[in-house]
Design a protein around this ligand. Sequence first.
Ligand code: ADP
Ligand code: MG
Length: 509
Amino acid sequence: MLSNGQENKKVTETDHTLSRLASIGQIAAGIAHEVRNPLTSVKGFLQLLQKEFSHKYIDFASSELDQAISTLQDLLQVSKPDLEDESYVAINLCSELESLLYLFQDQIYRVRIVKNFHNSDDTIYGKRNQLKKAFFNLLKNAFEAIPNEGIIAIEHYRMGDFVYVIISDTGVGVPKDKIQLLGTPFFTTKDDGTGMGLTQVFSTIYQHGGSIDVQSTEGIGTTFTIRFPTEITEKIGVIDLDLQYVSGHSFKEFFLLNQDRFNELFALETKDTIQLIEESKYKLDARAIFDKKAKLLVEDRQHELIILAKEVGKNAAKNDVPLVIKLELSQAFRKLYWNFLHNYYRHVELDMEGFFQLGIKTNFILDHYIFHYFSSYIEYKDELLRTHRETIDDLSVPIIPLSNSMAVLPIVGTLDTYRAKKVQERTLNQISSLKIQRIIIDLSGVAFMDTAVVGHLFRIVEGIGLLGCKAVITGIRPEIANTMIELGIPFTEKVETKATLQQALEEYH
Ligand code: ADP
Ligand code: MG
């Protein structure tokens, strides 16, 4: 907590660091801007040269140049986020954090997330995409700092006029002499790192009038404490859509006339989400899909829209795209589409009825789209689960033929009713198709069986007998023998038993 005097001092110190870093960022951005322009023209000349004659050195130079320009572009983007055309909105950080965590779902088998959210209805004002990206960068670093297993704790609370978010990890930590360097562009200790993540974090938080404090101990972990003011620090603005309108046009005509603008605005709105998708190794051609979706929607081609939803849903499931991303994009799409509706009806005066009709219909179709998207997503995943289960079922009943007439079935792990049923089906099938005359069922790998399962096993043995095959059971543990005695099952009458698989093999093989 940041209540005692010493801690307050720390915050002031980091405030200095933050403004120092912010000015480094400004300088870096300035240089990046100045250097990028001449490099871009060099690239142009190289391209002209390439048309006249080709030489592998020109290709090398060109690709090196691309690399440099894209680095400068990244630097420019992370160190001057205020260049971004994004308006201030009220943001609920808890819900943004919850959604971001879905992006790390492939990690939670090794990293436990502990959430401690207080005052979770409080909001701050800011640039939503920028802030999301900042928290994504912090979380990503936290996951990357934990080599094997560990914990990431996320805390959220309000104190006075500030909202605090605290992200701690039990990762490798930062050496004392390196803490100063955090947030400096290009500072990285990772082989494939860019050193841009924290630069983006620091400059975004600075721009929002917030502060950030880092505490770290090598080998123990790192804690980032972020503080945002709750009052509005910037004007809340609405981006002017700047659309063309021709008198007498229907909404469809209006939309198609402005569709390039729609795509442009959509790309702008979803740029960071899409970048997150790319960074998180998921593949999705979002722009092309939404372009098509917009066309079908405005032209009221509902059936084609449903086909599209199904296809896209299945593809997303195949590629493991987290649903939260799709929902974010759908939300952005709906918001922008409604903005277009709004803009159109500002021109068509007094047609409230028309506005509502079209609005309701639009929502209906968009909900249908999502319905079909999810259905096919889930259908694919269910199918996948089913086939996995089949494979596992097969693997869990490994009947190994030893000779023309004899086989071994070693059972390892827990034997529950479901599995016992699979054992029954598969064993009886195999005995009949392979014409097995003696089967040795080894139970030494089964530590526990409840009474129902022991009863089931007895019936399996009876079934084996019905097929004219002899069952030999080996490796019964004392606990299981106890259960058999308690149930009063006359096992030894139906089936031969041996202490170990080894003994049975020596005798029969
Ligand atoms: P990158 O992740 O590409 O290296 P960042 O700017 O995100 O770039 O981070 C810069 C460096 O700061 C990292 O390489 C790492 O050494 C250090 N760092 C950042 N976050 C953490 C953390 N949670 N635990 C340990 N070290 C961290
Ligand atoms: Mg990083």
